[in-house]
Design a protein around this ligand. Structure first.
Ligand SMILES: Nc1nc2c(ncn2[C@@H]2O[C@H](COP(=O)(O)OP(=O)(O)O)[C@@H](O)[C@H]2O)c(=O)[nH]1
Ligand SMILES: [Mg+2]
Ligand SMILES: [Zn+2]
Length: 352
């Protein structure tokens, strides 16, 4: 099971695979491309596909393996053809994206992520609203968020920026890093000590790959110093889980280009749980927190317990959640229309 250790193998997973019997092997999905999964087994990296009947019964996208999934394989090498994924072990966390109005169309971007490093640069990339969205996504996934503020060398008002996110700092760790000054980097490593799985999310260009390269290859990096182009460096394939030399594994941006496609109103509630719990104390159940009597939310603002600013960003995120959902639905409808046209065309071709 050696090869699976840095990927977070533990007693629970060993026991789970034992329960399947001698004929089955444990693996972890490293990446996926067009239905072919790259999987780490106890022995080696191999290619696998899902069992025919799994594909057949998988009515929901959730039923298919995703990057980070622990899977049950019929073999631990692929010398005699692709291995077959028979089952998926219960997930500890899921980064999901909703692609339509109902639960059945949720897409899993990555599974079993322990920690999400939300990376945001301290220069002009810094944006509290975006940070909130990322936090919502993390809380919804079940993974633990850590805020990583990068490029500290390009910022001369760090304390102001920390003030702007102070509302979150009480429940989320905040790290400040600089690859130029080589600061805050040891702190990153404290999170990998227990062979955790870490995903890096954040806008392009904020320094995610630089941090990952550093974690992968500290010594080499120290010797070479910072380069301005990362080309030719570690070819960290997009959405691929990679083991760190000292335990743990990382995934560079698990394919969430469209991170703004946050749906779930309930996760808005989670990230603003203080406001939600206030709202539950309003006299009227359907209180809009405007001018209703006995409104606990407005009272809290008046009493200075809740900042008006935080309440406004809560409202904004809630509105956005609704807006995003309708946007996503439209996109899905467009896709379906395209599919129908394609099918109609192929039928015509067949006829004549
Ligand atoms: N000034 C400064 N530049 C950095 C820092 N970290 C990364 N960069 C540079 O920012 C650019 C984008 O970094 P990259 O790691 O590719 O970002 P990614 O798109 O988030 O993966 C590169 O030119 C890096 O050299 C930092 O701490 N300070
Ligand atoms: Mg990158
Ligand atoms: Zn109210």
């Amino acid at each position: 099971m050696e090869r699976l250790v840095p990927f977070g193998l533990n007693d629970e997973r060993l026991k789970a695979i034992k329960d399947y019997g001698q004929a089955f092997f444990l693996g972890r999905v490293l990446s996926e491309s067009q239905g072919i999964y790259k999987v780490m087994s106890n022995k080696k990296e191999l290619y696998a596909r899902v069992k025919g009947s799994l594909g057949y019964t998988a009515s929901r996208r959730e039923d298919y393996p995703a990057v980070g999934d622990w899977v049950v394989l019929d073999r631990d090498d692929d010398f005699h053809g692709k291995a077959v994924i028979h089952d998926i072990l219960a997930r500890k966390s899921m980064i999901k994206r909703k692609v339509a109005g109902n639960r059945s169309d949720e897409q899993i971007i990555a599974a079993n992520i322990d920690i999400i490093f939300i990376c945001m640069a301290l220069n002009n990339d810094f944006n509290v609203r975006r940070l909130e969205r990322y936090l919502v996504l993390c809380w919804d996934s079940g993974a633990k968020p850590v805020i990583v503020l990068t490029k500290a060398d390009l910022c001369d008002d760090i304390s102001e920026k920390l003030d702007a996110i102070a509302d979150y700092a009480y429940e989320v760790d905040v790290l400040i890093t600089s690859m130029v000054k080589m600061e805050g980097l040891q702190q990153l490593k404290t999170y990998t000590s227990e062979t955790k799985t870490i995903a890096f999310i954040g806008s392009s260009g904020v320094g995610k790959s630089s941090l990952i390269n550093y974690m992968l290859d500290e010594d080499k990096f120290k010797v070479n110093g910072l380069r301005n182009d990362d080309k030719g460096r570690h070819t960290t394939t997009h959405r691929e889980l990679i083991a760190l030399p000292n335990g743990g594994c990382v995934i560079d941006t698990p394919g969430m280009r469209e991170i703004q496609l946050l749906d779930v109103e309930e996760s808005v509630d989670h990230s603003f749980h203080d406001i939600e719990s206030l709202a539950s104390q309003c006299r009227f159940k359907n209180c809009q927190h405007e001018s209703e009597p006995g409104c606990a939310v407005r009272q809290a603002i008046q009493d200075g317990i809740l900042s008006e600013k935080r309440y406004q960003s809560y409202l904004k995120l809630k509105r956005e959640a609704v807006y995003m959902e309708s946007k996503v639905n439209k996109r899905v409808q467009r896709e379906q229309k395209k599919q129908r046209k394609k099918i109609a065309k192929s039928i015509r071709k067949y006829k004549y």
